[in-house]
Design a protein around this ligand. Structure first.
Ligand code: P6P
Length: 325
């Protein structure tokens, strides 16, 4: 049995790893903004319907999706935190049609793309949901505009995600380093609970929506049949929660193209790229079925992409099966 005080705090970790470093200076303020926003959101999420914050706002977002109250609250929360950080030049978001610009000074070094609340269909049924963040260094030579956000995932300087689950965890990835921090409900601080995470060799799980089977091409049907052999299917309906289980316990997640979602359902810039960066830094892989997603040059902020992400051996097995079927 340990106590929170026996763990490094997120602030201690970030100050020692990022503050003042040539490559990551100021990143500690961005991560602190994510942790602070997650702390605020966690409190609201845990109240569920007690505060009347579940359900929809009645609006439809740029994706044509009905906006849940918590979608709007989470977007506003993190936009405010990134503005307060003084280090984020611009943020792009699933819930906002156009990017928000905060500043163009030397201090405003980072660009963030986020899905502030992933898994909206699970909000009002007490199932795990999460937040996802991709972090890029802004190219100071270029002026800030919508095009500034369209950088390939391979150019991320880091990424992070939060899972509001049975506990609240924040995972932060930079080059060669993936670390999990758990929030202590008593003081709202995040403490290092798993350092230098790498995918396990074992792969007991696979995550896919079996309900889409009739819409898949033969190669995907065969690839999923292969995954079923000796594994358990785990599918939460919140990408970030399925991703986190798979990186800790071992497994793969796939949401490929099908006859309904002909270019996939999930978003390149603020779902596939940030989680793909975490996956690769943890020894995993991320693909659209043809190439490493992190190499894709984006053309549109909200573009979708087929997603295969997790254990490298399984990702490559799926790609090979699609190719030869
Ligand atoms: P389906 C949630 O809405 C989400 O964007 C991901 O978090 C999740 O993995 C996926 O959609 C679930 O989609 O079509 O299986 O309900």
């Amino acid at each position: 049995m340990t106590s929170p005080s026996s763990h490094l705090t997120l602030k201690e970790f970030c100050n020692s790893h990022y503050k003042g470093s040539a490559k990551h200076d100021g990143l500690e303020a961005v991560i602190d903004g994510i942790a602070s926003g997650a702390r605020d959101l966690e409190g609201q999420i845990r109240n569920g319907n007690l505060l009347g914050m579940l359900g929809t706002t009645g609006d439809v977002n740029v994706q044509g999706e009905i906006v849940q109250q918590l979608d709007a609250i989470s977007s506003d929360t993190f936009v405010k935190k990134f503005q307060e950080s003084g280090r984020v030049a611009m943020v792009g978001c699933e819930e906002i049609e156009h990017p928000v610009t905060f500043g163009d000074s030397e201090q405003h070094k980072y660009i963030v793309l986020m899905d502030p609340l992933d898994g909206s269909s699970n909000i009002d049924v007490a199932v795990s949901i999460g937040s996802i963040f991709g972090i890029w260094k802004r190219e100071s030579s270029k002026s800030l505009n919508a095009e500034s956000l369209l950088m390939p995932g391979s150019k991320q300087i880091g990424s992070a995600y939060v899972v509001y689950g049975s506990c609240t965890v924040l995972v932060v990835a930079t080059e060669g380093s993936v670390n999990e921090f758990t929030m202590n409900p008593k003081d709202g601080d995040f403490y290092l609970t798993s350092a230098n995470i790498m995918y396990p060799d074992k792969t007991p799980y696979y995550s896919v929506n079996d309900g889409n089977t009739a819409k898949w091409v033969d190669g995907i049907v065969k690839a999923v049949d292969q995954l079923r052999d000796g594994r358990s299917q785990r599918y939460i309906g919140s990408l970030v929660a399925d991703f986190h289980r798979n990186i800790i316990k071992g497994g793969v997640f796939l949401y490929t193209a099908d006859t309904k979602n002909t270019i996939g359902r999930l978003r390149l810039m603020y779902e596939a790229n940030p989680l793909g960066y975490v996956s690769v830094q943890a020894g995993g892989a991320v693909s659209n079925g043809v190439e490493n997603i992190l190499n894709i040059q984006p053309v549109e902020l909200h573009q979708r992409v087929p997603l295969i992400i997790g254990n490298k051996t399984l990702v490559n097995q799926i790609i090979e099966t699609i190719k030869v079927t």
